[in-house]
Design a protein around this ligand. Structure first.
Ligand code: GUE
Length: 288
């Protein structure tokens, strides 16, 4: 048996074209070009890939984007000053500060400094709170990308047991919130596993949908997957040979799963696409 491959690249392209259409009509109606500004501190290689793809995607969808590069040595207060300028700028609708940040800068403080109405990552505590109570302002890009990918590949989440490996604030935790929510793309029974979980394999084998969001190459092996399950690989790890790899041992998993996302070409392109959607949403707010 061999799993069907969920083509994130193709699905992201489809969604991107839809967004481009909506951006065009928004621009026509309001004469405003939605704009995203990303701040990159230092030279994190994973962030470089993300930034490159983001810039290109913005261009293709008709969004304005710019990148502010700051040196590793930048002080926290300088960074906060930059953010405040962007908070005030009327032509900026989305602000994204690339993570991880260098030592000596508090990510917590920085993320709180971003004006919640421009927080296209959905990392600000106010936006996380709104998501948690079911009245989201933005949907966080990677979790929303996962939900959209499942929806568009016909994987039913309603009543399904979703097992998420990883409890980060960026992926595991918000994805759990979204998938347990009432309604379309949600209504799942959600379990969240992490490094302290006992009998991990016993838990993952119960999954109808298994999400790997651990950040460790080779973490999910074939024996952890129930035959026929859908496997979503959120990992973006840099392998020893320089290649981008996920958390799942793909060659094993593809023989057991019913459907599986590859890395690259799975969740990654969806993350970038949902960022475009959020930037448009940020711009919409200013005309309402
Ligand atoms: N504030 C913040 N928000 C983030 O969402 C965030 C971040 N910081 N820091 C870095 C990580 C990493 N990340 C990726 C997103 C897309 C791809 C992506 O497009 N991957 C493609 C392309 C791979 C390639 O071009 O080689 C793929 O998997 O097919 C990769 C990595 C977002 N992150």
């Amino acid at each position: 048996m061999s799993a069907s491959i969920i083509d994130g690249k193709r699905i992201a392209k489809e969604l991107r074209e839809e967004i481009a259409g909506r951006v065009a009509s928004f621009r026509g109606e309001h004469s405003i070009q939605p704009k995203l500004v990303a701040i990159l501190v230092g030279e994190d290689p994973a962030s470089q890939v993300y930034i490159r793809n983001k810039q290109r995607a913005c261009e293709q969808a008709g969004l304005a984007s710019s990148l502010i590069r700051l040196p590793d040595s930048v002080s926290q207060s300088e960074l906060l000053g930059q953010i405040e300028d962007l908070n005030q700028a009327p032509d900026v609708h989305g602000i994204l500060v690339q993570l991880p940040l260098p030592e000596g800068i508090s990510a917590d403080l920085v993320l709180r400094a971003i004006r919640p109405e421009k927080d296209v990552d959905c990392f600000h505590p106010e936006n996380v709170g709104m998501l948690a109570i079911g009245t989201p302002r933005f949907l966080p890009c990677t979790p929303a990308g996962v939900v959209e990918l499942l929806k568009r590949s016909g994987v039913e989440t309603r009543g399904a047991h979703v097992v998420i490996c990883g409890r980060s604030n960026i992926v595991g935790k918000p994805l759990a919130l979204m998938m347990m929510q009432k309604g379309d793309g949600g209504d799942a029974t959600v379990s969240v596993c992490h490094s302290r979980s006992r009998n991990l394999e016993e838990l993952t084998r119960q999954a109808d949908i298994l999400v790997a969001a651990v950040g460790r190459e080779g973490f999910i092996t074939g024996s952890m997957i129930r035959p026929g399950a859908t496997v979503i690989d959120v990992g973006t790890n840099r392998s020893a040979n320089g290649k981008l790899v996920g958390d799942v041992v793909f060659e094993e998993a593809v023989e057991i799963a019913g459907a599986i996302t590859p890395v690259p070409g799975g969740v990654g392109p969806m993350t970038v696409t949902l960022l475009l959607e959020n930037t448009l949403r940020g711009a919409r707010r200013t005309v309402r």
